[in-house]
Design a protein around this ligand. Structure first.
Ligand SMILES: Cc1ncc(C[n+]2csc(CCOP(=O)(O)OP(=O)(O)O)c2C)c(N)n1
Ligand SMILES: [Mg+2]
Length: 464
């Protein structure tokens, strides 16, 4: 204990009197301060536990184990029902018609891009793809309620966050084809988008790593927000699936975010599956929301098919995250993964077709918003047809253009780790060059910028 801390504590005790208690400890004479203290809990008439590890817990003489399975499940927040009707008309949707239309168009755009890219993978034109079907409302709705300067960390099924922030169709396609215009210089597999300009960190395949990254970024933002009170305060927002929440990183991240009180919004997309693992095999608690309470984090469960609920929840979470210098918030957005996990998966090997068909028919964020728009006479079949046909053309145009682009220079396979190439890397480059020259038919590199010359460019550089 530092001298300053001890003397301050003693000064306070002096003020409070000889029998006073600090943090639930009582003073006795002639012993070091920490030995002079004992838990208030042990005093005869104490009503609450005041041990440092559990404050304000009332004593009870009833031996009753907490039985979460016997309690009501956490409620799910809704603004609009399945028929597109608003439940609390007084609050309404807090969304201008223009904005609702823009959100609707983006959700449709995402679903059309998904459909076409899935087909393109099946035709062998793309190596891999992941669709957002059934979860478009979560990514697009939440992104629409954040500030563009908020820093986003995604898992992989949140293309809607990118789209809503302004990632263009060409940006998606360039990444999917890993061509020379790809932000990631062709180094990542498809759907691992990233955008420095849009404040979205690049997706990582390793599940849950983005969660502690977001907590750390939020800690940095907390300091920046307090150092720059005249600037727009920022939060970090972190998306992950309920399966990723089984990783240790989830727990470490939520705990540090809570103890450091950082402005981070954790958005869990609970879509019922982690590839082939249904939630019933993943956990026994009440979803992911119940874990928020365990970490002392403000938590809400939301109907992810209800775009207005997603928006309002995110808007309020953002305000809460910036309260009192910062605090984390957890939102569990409920959805159903309508598509296969990825193009490498056939989900009918582990779930019934009828289950998927039921969900498709029962509820969907796009059809629900469409019902609301139609109810307000903002939308009809003719507009729908026109939107679908123009969007399809736009996606195909971007796709064909990206497909024609050259691949990035081969040099990018080696650069960007060390400032200068090491001797070992130089040996690898030479070896690769030799293999390409020996097997020109197997390794046709003409489609790469600069061909095999891309490797010569780096060999010409000064040795590291
Ligand atoms: C550390 C790690 N373990 C396993 C995997 C393989 N894997 C990729 S996605 C996935 C399921 C994740 O499910 P969830 O978080 O619920 O997201 P969803 O796919 O449902 O959107 C698994 C197990 C991985 N990528 N990284
Ligand atoms: Mg999942």
């Amino acid at each position: 204990m530092s001298f300053r801390y001890t003397s301050r504590r003693l000064r306070i005790q002096k003020l409070l009197g000889p029998q006073s208690c600090l943090n639930g400890v009582r003073r006795t004479a002639n012993a070091p301060l920490w030995q002079r203290c004992r838990g208030v809990a042990s005093t005869a008439n104490a009503e609450k536990v005041l041990f440092p590890g559990a404050l304000n817990s009332e004593f009870t003489d009833k031996l009753e184990f907490m039985q979460p399975s016997q309690q009501n499940a956490i409620a799910t927040f809704r603004v609009m029902n399945q028929f597109g009707e608003i439940i609390d008309k007084e609050i309404g949707v807090e969304t201008e018609d223009e904005e609702a239309l823009q959100i609707y168009k983006n959700m449709v755009k995402l679903s059309i891009m998904d459909l076409l890219m899935f087909e393109a993978q099946r035709q062998g034109r793309l190596s891999f793809y992941m669709v957002s079907a059934g979860e478009e409302g979560i990514s697009i709705g939440s992104a629409s309620a954040l500030h563009p300067s908020d820093v986003a960390f995604c898992q992989y099924r949140e293309a809607g966050v990118y789209l809503q922030r302004g990632f263009k169709l060409s940006d998606f396609m360039n990444q999917l084809f890993a061509n020379a215009k790809d932000n990631g210089l062709g180094r990542n597999m498809p759907v691992h988008y990233g955008s420095k300009e849009l404040n979205i960190h690049t997706i990582s395949s390793t599940l849950a790593t983005q969660i502690p990254h977001a907590a750390g970024a939020a800690y940095a933002l907390k300091m920046q927000n307090s150092q720059n009170p005249d600037q727009q305060p920022r939060v970090a927002v972190c998306y992950f699936g309920e399966g990723a929440a089984s990783e240790g990183d989830f727990h470490a991240a939520l705990n540090i975010a809570a103890t450091r009180q950082v402005p981070c919004i954790f958005i869990c997309r609970n879509n019922g599956y982690a590839i082939s693992t249904p939630t019933s095999d993943q956990y026994r608690g009440d979803g992911i929301a119940s874990r928020g309470a365990g970490y002392g984090i403000a938590t809400l469960r939301v109907d992810g098919n209800d775009i207005f609920a997603v928006r309002r929840a995110t808007k309020h979470a953002r305000a809460l995250a910036l309260t009192n210098g910062g605090q984390p918030v957890l939102i569990e957005m409920m959805a159903y993964r309508v598509g296969h996990h990825s193009t490498s998966d056939d989900s009918f090997a582990y779930r019934q077709r009828v289950e998927v068909e039921d969900w498709k028919r029962r509820d969907n964020p796009i059809t629900r918003l469409r019902k609301w728009l139609e109810g307000r006479e903002l939308w009809d079949d003719a507009r729908e047809k026109e939107l679908r046909s123009t969007t399809r053309k736009e996606v195909l145009k971007a796709f064909e253009e990206a497909e024609k682009e050259k691949k990035p220079s081969l040099r990018h396979a080696f650069e960007g780790v060390w400032e200068e190439l090491t001797q070992e890397q130089r040996d690898h480059v030479k070896e690769m060059r030799g293999v390409i020259e020996r097997y020109p038919r197997e390794y046709d590199v003409e489609g790469f910028e600069g061909g095999v010359g891309g490797l010569d460019e780096i060999l010409g550089k000064k040795e590291g």
